[in-house]
Design a protein around this ligand. Structure first.
Ligand code: ATP
Ligand code: MG
Length: 404
């Protein structure tokens, strides 16, 4: 077997030619052996950060104190990290001490799971000290060393382990399952940003259902912020997350299924960005609108076609609609959208300026009120989007409503 990471070969060559040892490690080796797409390549080396900086033309010091230098090579970025071991995690975030090491063995021992502790040298030979290849074949997540110890050291590994089951379709080892269950409360020590990051990836995994089941069975789900209360687990396990296409859709589904009301409260506790909070909020709003009234010109106009389609996928994910007709539903939304006379207020043939001239009133809140009404009439087709028609409509409306 040759060396498959051809673009990274030059980096390994430079390091080895200068007397250092260097390997591709972690996720890249795992994903290569699984035939999965490789997204980033991490390199472990005996070279110290200063050596790495000196050897390569373009480097970025992303974490020198932890031994990591980003090497930019052929337009790609590679994390090159000095072999290291870690001791103590008193803050459950950073190891208390990071010690640079001279051997790969010490470096792979600090890694979380056997399937993530694989390394490959420049000749394509896999170095597998903990049976990671066997675990890849058996499709099992096992920690490097005793599960209890490794979890106590860094409880985020619970979320990472379950997230990997979701992405890879693997099982947890027996000892790992027990350790996750027995120590689930340690997750409270982990920053919510890191929990959120893992949870978001967990929901996106091809095997999310199994992973959610593990979160339930180990008791971890109820340790997560805002999820302490009773949850309809059957409902949660019924959701077909694979039909959903964005993190926002998956979170909206997750929150509906777990019965969390009050997106704002959840978003705050989970430190979501404003944009995610808003997107999830709107999806849920249009989801309940769609359930009670279905789509029409007005709701498709205000939701926008992308959000309306996301709502259809939510409907299908909850099996309120069979998924065979999902495609028809999505086409229907496109049809409704295309048939709209305008697609944004800016496309109206009149502006606030016109209204002001017609009514000879001072600008004020009445203008946006009138524009909103005109917008609605145009969308519904009761007034055509022509300047003169809108003017005629406006004059009648003004008289009828005795204003402006
Ligand atoms: P992916 O990038 O798909 O999440 P990955 O395995 O590359 O998978 P990263 O988070 O990028 O995961 O971490 C790179 C490597 O660092 C892992 O393969 C693992 O060996 C090690 N690692 C990451 N996080 C931890 C942790 N919390 N404890 C121990 N080792 C870790
Ligand atoms: Mg990675």
């Amino acid at each position: 077997m040759g060396f498959p990471f051809t673009k990274a070969a030059a980096i390994l060559d430079t390091l080895t030619k200068n007397g250092f040892r260097a390997y591709v490690v972690g996720g890249a080796v795992r994903d290569y052996l699984l035939g999965r797409r490789i997204h980033d390549i991490d390199i472990a080396t005996s070279a110290r950060p200063a050596d790495v900086v000196a050897l390569f033309k373009k480097t970025i010091p992303v974490g020198i104190e932890h031994g990591t230098v980003m090497v930019v090579c052929g337009g790609h970025e590679y994390e090159v990290t000095t072999f290291r071991s870690e001791k103590g995690y008193d803050d459950f975030r950073h190891p208390n001490t990071v010690t640079f090491e001279t051997s790969l063995e010490k470096d792979v021992m600090r890694r979380d799971f056997t399937i993530n502790a694989l390394a490959m040298d420049r000749s394509g030979h896999v170095i597998d000290l903990f049976g990671g290849q066997e675990d890849l074949k058996r499709k099992v997540i096992r920690t490097v060393g005793p599960a209890e110890e490794r979890i106590a050291e860094d409880p985020l590994r619970i979320m990472r382990g379950i997230r990997f089951t979701s992405e890879l379709g693997f099982e947890l080892g027996r000892a790992e399952f027990d350790a996750f269950r027995d120590h689930c409360r340690l997750l409270k020590k982990i920053s919510v940003e890191r929990i959120d990051q893992e949870m978001t990836r967990l929901l996106a995994g091809a095997f999310a259902r199994g992973a959610l089941q593990l979160l339930i069975q180990t008791g971890c789900l109820h340790v997560l912020p805002v999820l302490e209360g009773p949850i309809d687990e059957t409902e949660l396990l019924r959701v077909r997350f694979s039909l959903l296409q964005s993190d926002e859709e998956r979170w909206a589904a997750f929150l509906s299924a777990t019965g969390v009301t009050g997106i704002h409260h959840f978003a705050k506790a989970w430190k979501w960005s404003r944009s995610r909070e808003k997107a999830v909020f709107l999806l849920q709003k249009y989801d309940s609108l769609r359930q009670s009234a279905g789509w029409d010109r007005v709701s498709v106009y205000f939701a926008g076609p992308d959000r309306a389609k996301a709502v259809e996928r939510l409907q299908a994910a909850f099996q309120r609609e069979t998924s065979d007709i999902l495609k028809d539903r999505l086409n229907e939304i496109d049809r409704l959208w295309r048939a709209l006379p305008i697609h944004a207020r800016g496309e109206l043939a009149v502006t606030g300026h016109d209204l002001k001239e017609w009514s000879e009133e001072k600008p004020g809140p009445w203008m946006s009120e009138a524009l909103a009404q005109i917008e609605k009439e145009v969308i519904l087709g009761s007034v055509s989007n022509r300047w003169e028609d809108i003017q005629t409509w406006f004059k009648v409306w003004r008289k009828q409503s005795r204003r402006y």
